[in-house]
Design a protein around this ligand. Structure first.
Ligand code: FCX
Length: 434
């Protein structure tokens, strides 16, 4: 066993009595109520999920294991010669809540390497799909195809004790995290780069290797590290995390569960928004014949979008009520590496204008940008111009959070999810009764 796995086991075993006690002795303590608006409106704000991997404060934004984004970047061991940490160390941190030493991090790097071999049939499945299939469909299909490898499914079929579930769930999750960059880069090169593949470099860490397999030079390795960490987790109620958790609650393995989560991430109100942002920004640049619009012109573009009944992609959020710190983190990267890039200037101009327009429009509860408003610009700048691929990058990052979550779900023995439905007639009756 690696020191990560031993530490995880120790943490899970120490944690279990807390859940048992809460459930047995305090199960009746009320933590929320539900109204008709919430039942119709996507269960917004209803407190009915538990996770310790991350917490999203509406004003402050995300904290991973109690740390803000800058604190997370500062605390974790950095890749030598790089400004950003090892993604592998972040995986250790998400799973255990402890910042790993460099030696512990390098052990995870080694472990990922050993697990990174993708079975050939997965590539064969991808190759059998029409090349113009959306890359998210390809990624989700590849993950699902790989379900054959599930150690959880195998051990469950043999008969395994509930207390042991976390072990093969951890094994499957780690296998998946280690293989996803290889699959994602394969899809990218197959679809957009003449099907010329670049073999992994076993000397490199996850972010560095991803940049290498994509065929994009430095500092894209840092972009990859930053991007995967920023997109990893956003507590557990968002569509991709919640779907992964829901499917895993039926004791479906990590492959089934994560593939389902990816399908949710592929929606335009969720992860696909980063692709939509780029398409919107490109549309503006095209209409302007390449020159940057004035703030007044931009205001008109935004109103045109709203008046045609569409959402402004990259703006608004179900929980956040301020600028997303994941947006800020990427903005700071742009200020350092690409301050004069016209598309970055345009994204900044949108940041100046859109909150005012959305506020005047009066619908959204949050007129500020989310993570997706900024991420495509960086990718585009480094040559990743095929923006229908952006959600795949989000998916590789998202795996870290949701798979850490379902490993803990099994560790703590969380129940199969099964909320209660009511009928519209019942709602109408309760509405009349006040
Ligand atoms: N542009 C226009 N209208 C917006 C809007 C936006 N950016 N954001 C919200 N609204 C509208 C909603 O459509 C809703 O209208 P309705 O009453 O006619 O249905 C109203 O404002 C109230 O919505 P609100 O409560 O503020 O937001 P929700 O929790 O319902 O939805 C999302 C949150 C994120 C789905 C919404 O803000 C949106 O559609 N944003 C644009 C798409 C986007 O950027 N998604 C990515 C989010 C995220 F970061 C991620 O998951 O990647």
């Amino acid at each position: 066993k690696t020191s990560l796995k031993l530490k995880l086991q120790e943490k899970i075993e120490a944690f279990r009595p807390r859940i048992t006690k809460l459930n047995k002795e305090f199960g009746n303590v009320q933590i929320d109520t539900v109204n008709i608006g919430q039942a119709i409106g996507g269960a917004r704000d209803v407190r009915c999920l538990v996770t310790d991997i991350s917490y999203l404060d509406p004003q402050e934004g995300i904290r991973f294991r109690g740390k803000t984004i800058p604190e997370t970047f500062a605390a974790l061991p950095k890749v030598p010669g790089s400004d950003y940490p090892f993604v592998e160390g972040f995986w250790y941190f998400l799973l255990t809540g402890e910042v790993p030493t460099l030696a512990q991090t390098l052990e995870v790097v080694q472990d990922f390497r050993a697990r990174s071999q993708v079975p050939q049939y997965v590539f064969d499945v991808l190759r059998a799909m029409p090349r113009d299939t959306h890359p998210m469909t390809m990624l989700s299909t590849a993950v699902l195809a790989m379900q054959r490898e599930s150690k959880f499914a195998h051990r469950y079929a043999e008969g395994m004790k509930k207390n042991d579930y976390w072990d093969p769930m951890y094994e499957d999750s780690t296998d998946l995290v280690a293989r996803l960059p290889v699959i994602a880069a394969y899809i990218y090169r197959m679809k957009y780069k003449g099907d010329i593949q670049i073999a992994p470099n076993p000397e490199l860490d996850m972010g560095g290797n991803f940049a290498h397999m994509m065929g994009i030079a430095r500092p894209y390795d840092d972009v990859a590290r930053m991007y995967f960490i920023l997109h990893s987790d956003h507590e557990s109620g968002n569509v991709s995390a919640h779907t992964t958790h829901l499917v895993a609650s039926a004791l479906s393995d990590a492959y089934y569960s994560f593939s389902a989560g990816l399908n949710g991430l592929a929606g335009p109100l969720h992860g696909l928004a980063n692709q939509e942002v780029l398409s919107w920004v490109q549309g503006v640049m095209k209409k302007m014949g390449g020159k940057l619009p004035s703030d007044e012109e931009l205001e008109k573009f935004l109103w045109d979008t709203l008046n045609s009944g569409q959402v402004v992609p990259g703006y608004g959020h179900a929980v956040l009520r301020k600028t997303d710190p994941r947006y800020t983190s990427q903005m700071e990267f742009c200020q350092k590496y690409l301050p004069d890039y016209p598309m970055f200037k345009l994204v900044n101009a949108i940041y100046r204008v859109a909150p005012k327009v959305l506020t005047a429009h009066g619908k959204t509860k949050n007129p500020w940008p989310n993570v997706d408003a900024q991420s495509g610009v960086i990718q585009y700048y480094y040559g990743l111009t095929e923006y229908d691929f952006y959600t795949v990058l989000f998916g590789v990052g998202r795996a870290l959070g949701v798979l850490a979550n379902i490993t803990w779900d099994r560790g703590l023995g969380y129940a199969i999810e099964r909320p209660k439905s009511v009928t519209t007639e019942m709602l109408e009756k309760w509405a009349l009764e006040g």
